[in-house]
Write a protein that binds this ligand. Structure first.
Ligand code: HEM
Length: 150
């Protein structure tokens, strides 16, 4: 699951960029909605499976060969610190995504288009998109420090 989520982020980040471009520059509101809902469901499923994998198998054993991991100083070695940084983006971003999607579904018209919710959605939407980009970048850094570096 670690590898699946690592690779999935290479799809999500360009897809998110495309979705924001389509809505902002092309006015493709319905396509933006569909893309965001697909992304949200895929990400939610990935997070659930990923959490299950972490609870069952953990990551420490697989990080043992890395020079950036130290089992006796799990949270103060570079891999551990990078995981804390990653989680401090990932957890608030997950909550913010749920909030942005729920608010958008409740407050935009059907089919979706600009309206009274636009200003609030633009603000929280950009924050959520930025949070997701940072989650991906910090996740890749953790992945490299823990599982790739030799
Ligand atoms: C986490 C999911 C989502 C993110 C990150 C997101 C992000 C964004 C961003 C960054 C913009 C451009 C704002 C700007 O003009 O600068 C935007 C616009 C828009 N989004 Fe989303 N969005 C999400 C989900 C949704 C959903 C589910 C809907 C529909 C129910 C929706 C409908 C719209 C509409 C109608 C606009 C155009 C608003 C306007 O220009 O007046 N979005 N979104």
């Amino acid at each position: 699951m670690l590898d699946v989520v690592f690779l999935a982020m290479f799809v999500v980040v360009p897809l998110l960029t495309a979705s924001v471009f389509l809505v902002k520059a092309r006015g493709r509101y319905q396509l933006h909605k569909t893309l965001q809902l697909v992304m949200a469901s895929v990400l939610l499923t990935a997070v659930l499976l990923f959490e299950l994998d972490m609870r069952v198998n953990g990551w420490e054993q697989r990080a043992e060969p890395s020079p950036y991991f130290d089992g006796t100083n799990k949270w103060t070695c570079p891999a551990g610190i990078s995981l804390i940084v990653h989680l401090s983006f990932a957890v608030p971003t997950l909550l913010l995504w749920i909030y942005v999607v729920v608010q958008a579904l409740r407050n935009f018209s059907r089919p979706p288009g600009p309206g009274p919710h636009s200003r609030a959605h633009a603000r929280t939407g950009w924050l959520a998109a930025g949070g997701m980009a940072m989650t991906a970048v910090t996740g890749w850094i953790f992945y490299w420090l823990a599982f790739v570096a030799v």
